[in-house]
Design a protein around this ligand. Structure first.
Ligand code: 5GP
Ligand code: ZN
Length: 118
């Protein structure tokens, strides 16, 4: 499995470091963000290391991430009320952890603005 020794999300996804997991299958896992920005804030990550969404991510992994989004939304009770998916990418995108991850945010109205007030 392609992992990086110095990557925190590789360690969490492969249980070298335990976290607060919400969902897991062969290809992906989902765990609660340590600094939640909404009542529901879960990170969905592939178990293999990819830097970001424009890395060479296989189709089955992308499908698994999509299935995980649906399952996490259902388990967290936001499938009906709605939620937001964010994949910060690169420096201008505000990505701080260079292991592909999608934020699933919900549990309150997040408003219509795509970006926070600046
Ligand atoms: P980014 O800014 O890269 O899109 O988001 C990285 C996210 O990962 C942040 O929201 C941050 O709170 C979260 N995070 C960073 N390190 C850890 C960790 O060790 N455990 C958990 N659960 N979340 C982390
Ligand atoms: Zn990694």
């Amino acid at each position: 499995m392609a992992t990086k020794d110095d990557c925190i999300f590789c360690k969490i996804a492969n249980h070298q470091i335990e976290s607060d997991y919400v969902y897991e299958d062969e290809l992906v896992c989902a765990f609660r963000d340590m600094d939640p920005q909404a009542p529901v804030h879960v990170l969905i990550v592939p178990k293999q290391h990819y830097d970001d969404i424009i890395d060479d991510v296989p189709a089955d992994t992308l499908v698994a991430m999509k299935r995980a989004i649906a399952e996490v939304a259902r388990r967290e009770g936001v499938d009906a009320s709605g939620f937001r998916i964010i994949a910060n990418t690169g420096a201008d995108g505000g990505q701080t952890v260079r292991h592909l991850h999608m934020h699933l945010l919900g549990g309150r109205s997040l408003g219509a603005a795509i970006l926070p007030e600046s």
